[in-house]
Design a protein around this ligand. Structure first.
Ligand SMILES: [Zn+2]
Length: 103
């Protein structure tokens, strides 16, 4: 592995770490606050196209990054749809929080 690939894999590891808070919050507390389903749908399709390109040019780093991006974007998009309009207490919109306290 050369230095360029090493940097690429370190960047891929950072990208994986960066996704984790969003994925954990969504799966653990079923909160979809702040998730744009449209944006994740676009990133999902973009990741698929870029993964195909990475495979065709036989680039290991780009393939790993886009493979993870495709998996993460698919997971977030699916669960953001399942839990749409679900919010944890700290992300509850003010009008909904007020309605909750009246119960
Ligand atoms: Zn939340």
């Amino acid at each position: 592995m050369n230095y360029s690939e090493l940097l690429g894999f370190l960047g891929t590891a950072l990208a994986i770490i960066a996704y984790m808070p969003q994925i954990i919050h969504l799966l653990k507390v079923h909160c979809s606050a702040g998730i744009s389903r449209f944006a994740y749908a676009m990133w999902l399709v973009a990741s698929a196209f870029l993964l195909i390109h990475a495979l065709m040019i036989n680039d290991k780093v780009f393939t790993a990054l886009m493979g993870f991006n495709l998996a993460a974007n698919t997971l977030i998009f699916l669960y953001a749809n399942i839990y749409k309009r679900n919010f944890c207490e700290s992300h509850m919109p003010i009008n909904m929080a007020g309605a909750e306290s009246l119960k």
